[in-house]
Design a protein around this ligand. Sequence first.
Ligand code: FAD
Length: 397
Amino acid sequence: MSRAMNRVVVVGASLAGLATARSLRVQGYDGELVMVGEEPHRPYDRPPLSKDFLTGTTDVADLTLESNGEDLGIDWKLGTRADRLENGKVYLEDGTSWAYDGLVIATGARARTDVVGARLDGVHLLRTLDDALALREGLRRGGRVVVVGGGYIGSEVASTARAMGCEVTLLVSGTAPLHHALGPHAVVVSDLHHRHGVEVVTRARVTGIRPSGGSLVVDLADGRRLPADRVVLGTGAVPATAWLAGSGLELGDGVRCDATGATSLPGVVALGDCSAWFDPALGRHCRVEHWTSAVDRAPIAARTLLGGEAPTTAPRRAPYLWSDIHGSRIQMAGHAELANSCAVETGSVAEGSFVAVYRRRGHPVAVLGVDQPKHFMSVRRRLVSIPAVPSLQGASA
Ligand SMILES: Cc1cc2nc3c(=O)[nH]c(=O)nc-3n(C[C@H](O)[C@H](O)[C@H](O)COP(=O)(O)OP(=O)(O)OC[C@H]3O[C@@H](n4cnc5c(N)ncnc54)[C@H](O)[C@@H]3O)c2cc1C
C-alpha cells in the first residue's frame, strides 16, 4: 500500500459501496471501514424493485445484499447523508465529519423529477425500497396507471402493473419503448406490450401532471389528456453528485474516473451509477447504470485505493444488463454502438425469441438476447474486447 490506510470511508451504502468494502477486506485491508448511507436500510438489491418485489413475489428480506452471517467490520452510519467533501474530510448532515485516508464514492443515482406535477400525491418514482413499497401499495388498488418513460424501468413497471391487473398506458418520447437501447429490435418490446394489453403511446411529450377530481390527468403537448389514478415517472436518473460540488473533484455526467476508478483527487475512488469511468473500448468517459458494472469494478477500485499493482491489462468483462418484461428475459452485453453489422443468428424477432450478434470487422462486440439465455451466454463469453485487438481500434467501424 503506497498511502498509510487506517480509515476508509465509503459514501453510499448500497451495491457498489458494499462490493468495494468486501474487495478491500479480500485484498487485505484491515483498518477502520466507515460506511455512510442516506437511506435507513442496510444494502439491498434494486433490480427486483421494478419486478418481483412490486408484485409481492419477493419481499424485503429477499433483497438483502449481505451474505448470511457476513461481518466486514463496518461501522455503519445509516439514515444520514454526506453533505460535503472538503480538505480530506466528509461532512455528514448529522453534524459529524470524517477524516479519511481513502474515500470510496458510491452514491449511485437519483430518479429524475423534472416533470411538472412530479410531487403530487399519486405520482411515483422508483429508485428506493421506500419508493417501491409505496408503489406496490398503490398498484394493489388497481385502476388506471400511466407510466412515463421509454427505458427499461418504464417497460418493467408497465409490465408488472399490468400483471397486477391495472389498466396501463406507457408513454415514450421516441418511436418505441427501448428504441435507444435495442434499435430496430425494440419492436419485440412493443409486441410484448401489445400482446399483454399495455397501450403504448409513442412520440409523447408530457407537459405536466395535474390533480383532477380526486385523480390525476397527464397532459401531452399534442393536446391529449390522459386520466390516471396513479402515474409512475421512469424518466431516467441523474448521478447523485450534488454533494461533491466545490470538492475539487472533476465532475461531468458523474464523477470522472480513469479506467481504474481513480478520481482527480488522491486517495479518492468512485464507482457504480455515480461514476463515469474512462472506457478504453469507447475511448471516452461513460456512466453506466448496470448492476454488473458496479460489482465488476469493485475489486479494481479497491486495488486502486490500496495502491496495489496496476490493474491487469487482461480484457475486462463487457458491460451487461438484463431486464424482465412480461415474463420475457432481455439480455444485452458489449458495445453495440461500435458494430458495423448486426444479424439475428438464432430464433426470430417476429417470434419474440432470438439472439442478435453485433460485429465489428467480423468480430462479435455485442450481443442481444430475448428468451435465449443459453445461446446468449455462449456468445457473451466470446465477445471481443476492442482494446485487446489492435485491428479493431480506430474511430470508424
Ligand atoms: C427499479 C430499478 C431496477 C433496476 N433493474 C436493473 C436490472 O434489471 N438490471 C441491471 O443491470 N440494473 C438494474 N438497475 C440498476 C442497478 O440497480 C444499479 O446499477 C445499481 O443499484 C447501482 O449501484 P450503486 O451502488 O452504484 O447505486 P445505488 O444502488 O443507487 O446506491 C447508492 C446509495 O447511495 C446513497 N446516497 C446517495 N447520495 C448519498 C449521500 N450524499 N450520502 C450518503 N448516501 C448517499 C443512496 O441513498 C443509495 O442508497 C435497476 C435500478 C432500479 C432503481
